[in-house]
Design a binder for this molecule. Structure first.
Ligand code: ADP
Ligand code: MG
Length: 231
């Protein structure tokens, strides 16, 4: 039996002014699995992904990523987990404007103190993987939205993460570009053997996912396998 990479148990989050964003959410995600998290705005998708990624603390429950209890890790180890085990992709791309595409991809590698030669090689490989070999020296404002998100995806994969967390990665893209980005994520999950948790409204990702979890008001509706719901 393969061990799950992500285990979430009874996760709760109450925000300061009493908003109950998650009311006891549980699931597991396995290596190489692409899990879509669907739900209307305000259903708790971002809250869930932030807790899984160790970007915020839950009110109750447990998150285990790669055998580590994220909710109990000291800050120093959490930093290591976020740097080495998890890659993040956000709706707004989050690239550093003064850096080129290649430099943006290299940022997490610098943080992990990867040697220069290895870094250069990995940047080349990742930019090729996302189809941007010819755009390495362009800055974010010189790239289209879809290209910026490709750079962000390459950056998320910089340190060979086991887990990719993407929060509405196509939310700012037109539908055709969104489809291409979703297909890229689908292909990368296979080729890099990462686990991906992707929050989305996007019907085209839903059909590409291995599994769909639907959030409503902070709890999961019964999950359906994508293969049966898509037909
Ligand atoms: P989604 O990503 O599905 O749109 P969110 O996780 O962002 O949902 O939000 C879930 C609920 O928690 C919403 O009611 C939202 O208003 C609330 N919420 C999110 N972030 C905060 C915060 N920092 N403080 C207070 N309430 C928040
Ligand atoms: Mg959100």
């Amino acid at each position: 039996m393969t061990e799950p990479l992500v285990v979430v148990e009874g996760l709760r989050k109450v925000y300061p002014r009493g908003v109950e964003a998650l009311r006891g959410v549980s699931f597991e995600a396995y290596p190489g699995e692409l899990v879509a998290i669907r739900g209307r705005s305000g259903s708790g998708k971002t809250t869930l992904l932030n807790l899984v990624g160790g970007l915020d603390q839950p009110t109750g429950g447990r998150v285990v990523v790669d055998g580590k209890n994220v909710t109990e890790l000291p800050e120093s180890e959490l930093l290591g987990l976020r740097r080495d085990v998890i890659g993040f992709v956000f709706q707004s791309f989050g690239l550093i404007p003064v850096l080129t595409a290649a430099e943006n991809v290299g940022v997490p590698m610098r943080l992990a103190r990867m040697a220069v030669a290895e870094r250069e090689e990995r940047i080349r490989l990742l930019l090729a993987l996302v189809g941007l070999d010819n755009h390495r020296n362009q800055r974010p404002y010189e790239l289209s939205g879809g290209q910026q998100q490709r750079v962000a995806i390459a950056r998320a994969l910089a340190n060979r993460p086991k887990l990719l967390i993407a929060d509405e990665p196509t939310g700012q893209l037109d539908s055709q570009t969104a489809r291409q980005i979703m297909e890229l994520i689908r292909a990368l999950v296979r080729s890099e053997n990462v686990t991906a948790l992707v929050a989305t409204h996007d019907p085209s990702l839903i059909t590409l996912a291995d599994r769909v979890l639907e959030l409503r008001d902070g709890t999961f509706l019964t999950a359906e396998p994508a293969a049966t719901s898509a037909t």
